[in-house]
Design a protein around this ligand. Structure first.
Ligand code: NAP
Length: 155
């Protein structure tokens, strides 16, 4: 969703993913998939990109030093997933959990124009409320790409 928001606001966006998950990134309009791992910056350079303006870490697990180096400074990087962010001078955002903006305001950007939605939310399974435990189990299975959705069948 963050990648799609950035595309909607005019950014050129690259999304890293494990090899088997690259098609999911490729399916997002305007987002260029890049294999994750140590060679991701080289992949960008090979594609003619020599500058990264901003980076979002949604994975955690030690990606920050490379992102800071690529973006040119910690102020250009934000993470939602790495509690060691402060060690790298990077902002760790927790949204409404920390009294920060929810990000909901950005959704108007992707509400679309001319009746055409500017973003999609890939869904891999849906469950009614009564099967919430099964939905929880499904959400634990890997790979985790695509959301598991609960449908409100009580209205
Ligand atoms: N700060 C906040 O407000 C906030 C809010 C929500 C979530 N979070 C945190 O954000 C993180 C992600 O949450 P989530 O719900 O999106 O988790 P998730 O559903 O488990 O997704 C994690 C994603 O990271 C990918 N990934 C894992 N290792 C990777 C690697 N080495 N290279 C590339 N991609 C890799 C996984 O890809 P595969 O499917 O291919 O394995 C998966 O798509 C978690 O740490 C969560 O705690 C923070």
């Amino acid at each position: 969703m963050a990648a799609q928001l950035a595309v909607a606001r005019g950014a050129r966006v690259f999304g890293t993913a494990r090899e088997e998950s690259l098609p999911v990134v490729a399916a997002l309009a305007g987002v260029t998939p890049v294999p994750s791992g140590e060679g991701w910056m080289r992949s960008l350079r090979d594609g003619g990109i020599d500058r990264v303006d901003a980076a979002l870490d949604a994975r955690g697990g030690g990606a920050l030093p490379a992102l800071v180096a690529a973006a040119g400074g910690p102020e250009r990087v934000v993470t939602i997933a790495d509690p060691a962010a402060a060690e790298h001078g990077v902002r760790f955002t927790r949204g409404s959990l920390a009294g920060e903006p929810t990000g909901h305001h950005g959704l108007t950007t992707i509400a679309g124009s001319g009746g055409r939605p500017a973003a999609t939310m890939p869904i891999r399974a849906t469950f009614p409320f009564s099967e919430a435990p099964a939905a929880h189990d499904a959400a634990q299975t890997r790979p985790a790409w695509r959301r598991v959705a609960l449908l409100n069948d009580r209205v």
